[in-house]
Design a protein around this ligand. Structure first.
Ligand code: DX5
Ligand code: ZN
Length: 218
């Protein structure tokens, strides 16, 4: 099995010392950095946007994994490419023309993924799975860090894994929300390839070690 991708979520970082937190991530075993963009419409919270991402890009060579919790994300794909995103994930629930949005992300030379909220069935992706680089399964309702992990996520991972292999897709499975040292191993054993972790990493007294433990959890 290939290496598990760890994508610490900056939503739980200290925004007053963001540069310091990114430097810690640069020194860590995390391969990706997860960036949660929220518009206060699709989710009941507002986070940060392009100017902040532009500065993050200057501070790291890690893969910038941008999770768009915004309505009509197709309006901003070129702009996120311009500020340095490497991966963009858009919500199934936020896109009327999902196929078109995914194509636009790829045209802009980024990896493209679809996010499913906890209530959205995996089966809805069966006609798209071969076009995707990743699927992000939300294991909490999006909008906030530090929420409780939803156990049904394991069933969704298993179903998605089966779909990916049946269709011969190269798509990877990412999990976001409530990931910690207790559930990481089971998530990976069930089929997760990439884990997002915000609160668990940034509330740790030794975030670098916590990242290493998550990465080596299997
Ligand atoms: C929630 C965000 C997550 C969040 C995860 O809407 O998409 O990326 O930062 O945070 P934790 O790991 O604290 O649940
Ligand atoms: Zn996220």
């Amino acid at each position: 099995m290939s290496e598990i991708i760890i994508s610490p979520s900056l939503l739980s970082a200290n925004f007053l010392q963001l540069g310091k937190d990114i430097e810690m991530l640069n020194q860590s075993e995390a391969q990706w950095i997860h960036i949660d963009v929220m518009d206060g419409v699709f989710v009941p919270n507002i986070s940060f946007g392009m100017p902040v991402i532009k500065h993050i890009r200057q501070a790291t060579k890690k893969v910038l994994d941008v999770h768009l919790m915004i309505v009509d994300p197709d309006r901003y794909i070129e702009t996120f490419a311009a500020v340095g995103a490497d991966v963009i994930t858009v919500h199934y629930e936020a896109c009327t023309h999902l196929n078109r949005v995914i194509a636009k992300i790829k045209e802009n030379k980024m990896k493209a993924g679809v996010v499913l909220n906890p209530h959205t069935p995996v089966s809805l992706l069966k006609d798209m799975i071969c076009d995707l680089d990743l699927v992000l399964l939300m294991s909490v309702n999006p909008g906030f860090g530090g929420q409780k992990f939803i156990e049904n996520t394991y069933n969704k991972i298993a179903e998605l894994k089966e779909m990916i292999s049946a269709k011969g897709s190269k798509c990877i499975i990412q999990i976001d929300g409530g990931v910690d040292g207790k559930n990481a191993k089971k998530l990976v054993e069930t089929g997760a390839d990439a884990l997002v972790a915000g609160n668990y990493v940034f509330s740790s007294s030794n975030p670098m070690q916590t990242i290493s433990e998550l990465k080596n959890c299997k």
